[in-house]
Design a protein around this ligand. Structure first.
Ligand SMILES: NC(=O)C1=CN([C@@H]2O[C@H](COP(=O)(O)OP(=O)(O)OC[C@H]3O[C@@H](n4cnc5c(N)ncnc54)[C@H](OP(=O)(O)O)[C@@H]3O)[C@@H](O)[C@H]2O)C=CC1
Ligand SMILES: Nc1nc(=O)c2c([nH]1)NC[C@@H]1CN(c3ccc(C(=O)N[C@@H](CCC(=O)O)C(=O)O)cc3)C=[N+]21
Length: 307
């Protein structure tokens, strides 16, 4: 059934809320910009993020460029270190070792995915945990699981910040996370089940072996889709009034679009939105919060070594 916006407002308790990543990330960035200005006024240096990009993957280029731009907007220093697609693993590990001991660098990020000849796990474990602003190092993950202060992976961290910004009540709710990757689904499930203000959910985590995933999702008060299958979540999988967080970012060819592609989320937005109480748009939702989470981690890395 297709309803106009006005009809929807009339039949629901409250109008559907768009969880706008532009608005929430701007609030996070404004706070960080203020903090940086205070540091500079006190004669201290700005936080410094070093981002490493291997090869010329189009999407990775876009994300890293955006991270660097956001650093600049916040008054942070950033260094973009580029390597050829064919570099040897040892060269990358050597660079990381150098950044680990460079006192002018607070955070180190190696953009994933990496080319085949490089073992991702080796790279993740080479980063000093004190500079691990992606939160992918096993020490960071272990602390997260134990509920200890640490760097939280930027995407789930950004989602927690988004929920906080829009004052979404999570306590006692049933959250379903689709996807169990180390960078999104798994840490997301840990945060939602933690006793943080935006946690205290009962969490179900789904993956490619989950039977009857539609029914599981339809039981969710909070549904996080992070599987990378455009339009996977359809209206029949949504409990009326649910909060839906769409993490998916897939480039789908579209000759009518300016760049020749369009970005699609994991949720069939139009049909889903009619049933939700709140939903994130793609683009303009979780992606922007990921960058906000990364910037917050970089400030935290700076403060722990400068205070
Ligand atoms: N907005 C942002 O800031 C970010 C967006 N992303 C996007 O989020 C999406 C997920 O990323 P990422 O976690 O890295 O992806 P991965 O490919 O690493 O993980 C996908 C997960 O989804 C599960 N999955 C795949 N197909 C199905 C299915 N049909 N039913 C149930 N589960 C399924 C997989 O299960 P199994 O483990 O069994 O294979 C896996 O656990 C991508 O679109 C990515 O581009 C990623 C990072 C940041
Ligand atoms: N070491 C590492 N850390 C990461 O955090 C990491 C990574 N590797 N590899 C890839 C994923 C993906 N990711 C995104 C970041 C920003 C947007 C983003 O800014 N999205 C905007 C724009 C989207 C666009 O125009 O492409 C939006 O959704 O509105 C999206 C996705 C970080 N990741």
């Amino acid at each position: 059934m297709h309803l106009t916006v006005l009809q929807r407002i009339k039949i629901s308790f409250a109008p559907m809320l768009i969880l706008d990543g532009k608005v929430a990330s701007a609030a996070v960035k404004a706070e960080l910009t203020q903090q940086t200005a205070t540091l500079l006024a006190a004669g201290k240096r700005a936080p410094h993020l070093a981002a490493i990009l291997v090869g010329t993957n189009g999407a990775s280029e876009t994300y890293v460029a955006s991270k660097v731009k956001n650093c600049e907007e916040t008054g942070f220093r950033s260094s973009l270190i580029r390597f050829d697609e064919n570099i040897e693993e040892s060269v990358l590990l050597q660079k990381i070792a150098q950044l680990n001991t460079d006192p002018s660098v607070d955070g180190i990020l190696v953009q994933l995915p990496l080319p085949k000849q490089i073992r991702e796990q080796k790279v993740i474990e080479a980063i000093a945990p004190s500079k691990d602003v992606d939160g992918f190092h096993p020490i960071s993950v272990g602390k997260l699981v134990q509920g200890l202060p640490t760097f939280v992976p930027a995407t789930p961290y950004g989602i927690m910040l988004l929920l906080e910004h829009f004052r979404i009540e999570t306590k006692g709710k049933h959250a379903v996370v689709i996807g169990r990757s180390n960078i999104v689904g798994r840490p997301m499930s840990i945060l939602l089940s933690s006793n943080l203000p935006q946690g205290n959910c009962t969490v179900t985590i789904c993956h490619s072996h989950t039977p009857d995933i539609k029914a599981v999702c339809a039981g969710a008060d909070i549904l996080v889709a992070a599987l990378g299958k455009p339009g996977f979540v359809t209206a029949d999988m949504i409990k009326p009034g649910a909060v839906v967080i769409d993490v998916g970012i897939t480039r789908v060819a579209d000759p009518t679009a300016k760049k020749g592609f369009r970005i699609k989320g994991d949720v069939a937005y139009e049909q889903a939105a009619e049933k939700t109480s709140a939903i994130t748009p793609v683009p303009g939702g979780v992606g922007l919060m990921t960058i906000a989470g990364l910037l917050k981690n970089t400030m935290q890395a700076y403060l722990t070594t400068h205070n």
